[in-house]
Write a protein that binds this ligand. Structure first.
Ligand SMILES: C[S@@+](CC[C@H](N)C(=O)[O-])C[C@H]1O[C@@H](n2cnc3c(N)ncnc32)[C@H](O)[C@@H]1O
Length: 252
């Protein structure tokens, strides 16, 4: 990973105790973070029996795919919009690059629907949480198949996509949207994540990298009334109550 990318990043201290001490210290060293034995009230990464979480006071966020189980069950016959948007007729195990993986929810929904997903995440703290969540999901029967189809790439997806000689079937883009910051309804967990990562400033580069790869489809997640990514009009959009998926389709 480009060290310039890490220059202005907030890397919170890591805290762990008991049987997690050693693992916690190793993580702090890997991230270049301080290790503290007592959990502070300020932003920290906390490693315990529930895995790795980003916490501030009583608020904590971790990657817990079991929370998505209801959404991937058979009682959800209409399926997820991200799956509908990314689906490719006739392909049972399409490949996808989630170029802005974040906490991996979209990737997990795709993996649960049979996609082989490479999750790109350049924020080292978010990436550590993502890897922790995927590893724990691999040990849970009802999540393990989907988790087994998820591979994390730690680094900039623009560089990753430029390095590939073979395009995936789908590229998914969901860069942090500036206007989400102002919303009073913003979820607490995103407020914590926004402590780590500012809104994406390289929209055009990101979209160009995906376009240059020429996947079958590019799917872009936007707020319902949000502007098109990099101002570029998609071929079509699928709109839900709060989210819109803008899709670009490329001929083989
Ligand atoms: C809004 S979040 C994505 C949320 C995700 N779709 C989910 O379902 O959890 C955007 C994430 O993309 C990451 N990101 C933005 N640009 C990136 C890039 N060029 N390469 C890798 N990660 C990137 C940010 O660090 C952030 O974690």
């Amino acid at each position: 990973m480009n060290t310039n990318e890490n220059k202005n990043r907030i890397i919170p201290p890591v805290t762990a105790e008991g049987e997690f001490l050693q693992e916690g210290r190793a993580l702090a060293e890997k991230l270049g973070a301080a290790f503290v034995e007592e959990k502070p009230d300020s932003l920290c990464l906390c490693l315990d029996e529930n895995g790795l979480s980003l916490a501030r006071g009583e608020t904590a966020v971790s990657v817990d795919f079991s929370k998505l189980l209801r959404r991937i069950s058979k009682s959800n016959p209409l399926g997820e919009m991200i799956v509908k948007a990314a689906r490719i007729k006739g392909k049972e195990t399409p490949s996808a690059i989630d170029a802005t993986a974040g906490l991996g929810e979209d990737s997990f929904l795709l993996a649960a629907a049979g996609f082989e997903v490479t999750l790109c995440e350049y924020n080292p703290v978010i990436c550590a949480m993502l890897q922790d969540g995927i590893e724990r999901a691999k040990g849970i029967t009802c999540l393990s198949a989907a988790a087994g189809r998820m591979t994390v790439y730690e680094g900039n997806s623009i560089e990753y996509m430029a390095s590939l000689s073979k395009a995936p079937d789908v590229v998914v883009l969901d860069p942090m949207f500036p206007e989400r910051q102002k919303s009073a309804l913003i979820k607490k967990k995103f407020q914590l994540i926004q402590q780590l990562e500012s809104p994406c400033s390289g929209e055009e580069e990101l979209l160009n990298a995906a376009v240059n790869l020429r996947p079958h489809k590019i799917v872009i997640k936007r707020p319902l009334k949000g502007a098109f990514l990099a101002g570029r009009k998609p071929d079509y959009s699928l709109a839900g109550k709060a989210i819109r998926y803008d899709c670009f389709v490329f001929a083989d």
